[in-house]
Design a protein around this ligand. Structure first.
Ligand SMILES: Cc1cc2nc3c(=O)[nH]c(=O)nc-3n(C[C@H](O)[C@H](O)[C@H](O)COP(=O)(O)O)c2cc1C
Ligand SMILES: CC(C)CC(=O)C(=O)O
Length: 340
């Protein structure tokens, strides 16, 4: 078993079944969920020999913020289903690892409380049916110290997950952690009429740079940047939205080519090892985001588990960089990828 599979099994053992299934599952027949992992494996590396790799530095910057490695925490809903300290533990584990947390609109902990214990963080924005709710959330996030917004563009409707058999109950207090005054729950659902115009709207009302998450096409990435985005996150939502969508490793080169350096490109979906991190960087990503592994760390060991998952990925990244002949993140360049 891979280290990731071992961790996933440990999380399965401690989590209630409906929670594990909600976290682990993908939409439809889980084709894209499976394709994400396979597509990283298909990227072969061309290691360089006889380079001085006695000191490997994995640190880098993301939108100007220094992080200890190009590995960030993806936005995920309802961390309190995994651990009673929820997002507080995730934020603590993330910052002690020197990483950066992207806090979900569906955080089950108050934004301001997470901000107090967090290192650098970004806020993931869902545009909700009641836009005044979104405006309020985004302005609260900016006031609490978020350094960027991540607008998720791939969720006009929530993907149907077969593993989610309707037995998952989200406690009201978790759902409403940031929506105290809400009376009509449907107003808090994702809006299905979000467009490129909302990039400018979010930028203006927050004063923050905006990344668009869920981009899988070069033309879309260009439109995002033209509309004012500072970059994009290449993502298929961990195989949880359109099943059959292209794997993120397959979509990444097209997006990198289309932007030609006009924005920072991030990627997530199935990144499980230092190999995958190096592959993503060599294909042009600034950094990766990891999702489920962080939830498994949180479920099994709280903040310490989150820190462990991230530091193990960082150490593995350093090891893979050394064996590939790259002493710095800048040296993880496109020529490290083998093309037949
Ligand atoms: C349980 C769960 C909840 C998620 N919630 C959100 C969310 O609230 N907002 C969002 O933009 N993406 C959400 N995502 C998608 C992640 O941000 C990310 O794209 C994906 O999990 C990365 O793939 P990985 O889990 O294979 O690493 C969620 C993913 C999972 C597994
Ligand atoms: C509430 C959901 C829309 C959160 C999500 O993005 C997911 O579960 O994938």
């Amino acid at each position: 078993m891979t280290p990731y599979a071992v961790l996933e099994e440990r999380a399965r053992a401690v989590l209630p079944e409906p929670v594990f299934d909600y976290y682990a599952g993908g939409s439809g027949d889980e084709e894209t969920l499976a394709a994400n992992a396979r597509a990283w494996s298909a990227v072969r590396l061309r290691p360089r020999v006889l380079r001085d790799v006695s000191r490997v530095d994995t640190s880098t910057t993301v939108l100007g913020t220094r992080v200890s490695a190009p590995v960030l925490v993806a936005p995920m809903a309802f961390h309190r289903l995994a651990h009673p300290s929820g997002e507080l533990a995730t934020a603590e584990g993330t910052s002690t690892a020197g990483s950066l947390l992207v806090l979900s609109t569906r955080s089950s902990t108050r934004i301001e409380s997470v901000a107090k214990v967090s290192g650098p963080w970004w806020f993931q924005a869902y545009v909700l049916q009641d836009r005044s709710l979104t405006k309020d959330l985004v302005q609260r996030a900016a006031a609490a110290g978020a350094r960027a917004l991540v607008l998720t563009g791939d969720t006009p409707y929530v993907g149907r997950k077969r593993r989610d058999r309707g037995s998952l109950a989200i406690p009201d207090e978790d759902f409403r952690a940031n929506l105290e005054r809400l009376t009509d729950l449907t107003l808090a659902e994702q809006a299905s009429n979000v467009t490129f115009d909302d990039i400018g709207w979010l930028r203006e009302l927050s004063g923050l740079p905006v990344l668009v998450k869920g981009v899988l096409r070069g033309d879309d990435a260009s439109r995002c940047v033209q509309a004012g985005a500072t970059g994009v996150v290449v993502s298929n939502h961990g195989g949880r939205q359109l099943d059959g969508a292209v794997a993120s490793a397959e979509a990444l080169p097209e997006v990198v080519n289309a932007l030609e350096g006009r924005g920072e490109v991030f990627v997530d979906g199935g990144v499980r090892s230092g190999r995958d991190v190096v592959r993503a960087l060599a294909l042009g990503a600034r950094a990766v985001l990891v999702g489920r592994p962080v939830l498994w760390g949180l479920a099994t060991e709280g903040a310490a588990g989150v820190r462990r998952v991230l530091t193990e990925l960082q150490e593995d990244t350093a090891h893979v960089m050394a064996l590939a002949g790259a002493a710095t993140v800048a040296e993880v360049s496109a020529d490290l990828v083998w093309t037949p």
